[in-house]
Ligand binder design. Structure first.
Ligand code: GLY
Length: 388
């Protein structure tokens, strides 16, 4: 019964956005012109010490971040996607230039976000150019990330901050960093990266999810035996709420785990998370920042969560029996993003999408453009185009 109810809710959500086709060419032309503007803005702001990548807008001004920031890989990743779509040498040169700014992070063992940082940049660069230097950097980055895996806990440690609150915190976002580890095993033949990735995915599957397949944000472990200490949130409404971007990371994470392992357990998890998300979406398919904020509909959206989920749903549709439903939902999300959530041309200092929410409980990055929304939007457009 619950299953049929959720299917009914899903088709209701899918039914309320126009099913028109997306004009990928037009969207990429828009992305190119916005990115040209962004490059000018970066030049203006370049004098700020060590800050190399655009992240968001703060009081209307472009906020640049240092290479170790968790979002630093997204702008180079966008440049790679522009190159992938246009095959224009201009974007190749720029992608190489901005990717190169992150080189030293390959040795960074202080963050679990190394997959975001190095795989969106160097990983895409390797995929599109086959450059041996990029391969070496992806491998070294994977070695650095692996240092954060504890065999006794069976998971990769996420954060080192808030030590008074958490002993060994793991956040659902961390599923995204596994993609680089799977790549490292394929590049080296060393299965240890793969084993870390599946162990982390298995334990996350066991501990992070509620019976309705929504996910907690933070699980705190006892490192000695991998038992759970606490189930919390950090960026969501409260510990028991479903923070929209976290759900999207879970969907994307288990979809990629199925791609890399062909383990049907991961496919089932991705489908269940997808069905949860689709049962919660508002009519225009772009989530409020947290599905359980009691202030809905008077609270901010998170366009980034929609972009991440759309990209994941396109991929999931390649593997799932519900291919048609997931593809249709993803198309409607993309359509809604391009029609209602894009920046006005020539504004927002070159960001493509507006209306993302970074960290609502801290009142930080609320209803603003953010680089990862743009990255996954371009990725979703490319996936849509390739499926056509
Ligand atoms: N990984 C941090 C975030 O999604 O905000």
């Amino acid at each position: 019964m619950k299953y049929f109810l959720s299917l009914a809710l899903i088709s209701c959500a899918i039914g309320s956005v126009s099913a028109q086709k997306i004009n990928v060419k037009k969207q990429f032309a828009f992305a190119e012109s916005q990115t040209n503007l962004m490059l000018e803005e970066i030049k203006e702001a370049d004098a700020r010490k060590g800050q190399v990548m655009p992240r968001t807008l703060e009081d209307g001004k472009l906020k640049l971040v240092v290479s170790k920031d968790w979002t630093s890989g997204f702008f180079p990743g966008e440049l790679w996607y522009l190159y992938e779509y246009t095959r224009d040498a201009k974007w190749l040169d720029l992608a190489r230039k901005f990717t190169g700014k992150l080189q030293k992070e390959q040795f960074n063992t202080g963050t679990h976000d190394l997959g975001f940082i190095m795989f969106c940049s160097y990983g895409n660069g390797l995929r599109l150019t086959g450059d041996q230097a990029y391969k070496d950097i992806v491998i070294q980055s994977s070695k650095s990330l692996s240092k954060r895996f504890s065999p006794s806990a069976g998971v990769i440690r996420s954060w080192d901050h808030n030590r008074d609150k958490w002993l060994y915190p793991v956040i659902i976002d961390n599923m995204m960093n596994l993609e680089m580890l799977f790549a490292a095993t394929k590049l080296t033949g060393d299965s240890s990266f793969y084993k870390i990735a599946v162990t982390h995915a298995d334990n996350t599957l066991k501990n992070h999810f509620r019976p309705d397949y929504s996910t907690y944000h933070v699980i705190d472990y006892h490192e000695a035996d991998g038992t759970v200490r606490k189930k919390n949130t950090h960026q969501g409404y409260n510990d028991e709420s479903a923070w929209a971007r976290g759900q999207a990371w879970a969907l994307y994470g288990y979809t990629l785990c199925f791609r890399e392992t062909k383990n049907a357990v991961y496919l089932n998890q991705a489908e269940k998370v997808a069905d949860f998300i689709l049962s919660q979406l508002p009519k225009d398919m772009v989530p409020y920042w947290d599905y359980n904020d009691p202030g809905i509909p008077g609270v901010s959206r998170d366009a980034s969560a929609a972009a991440i989920a759309a990209s994941a749903l396109f991929e999931l549709s390649l593997y799932s029996k519900n291919a048609k439903g997931y593809k249709k939902a993803a198309r409607k999300m993309l359509k809604s993003l391009s029609a209602k959530y894009a920046s006005e041309p020539g504004t927002n200092r070159g960001f493509i999408l507006d209306h993302s929410t970074g960290h609502k409980p801290k009142n930080s990055e609320v209803d603003v453009p953010i680089n990862y929304a743009d990255y996954y939007y371009l990725e979703a457009l490319l996936r849509y185009k390739n499926m056509k």
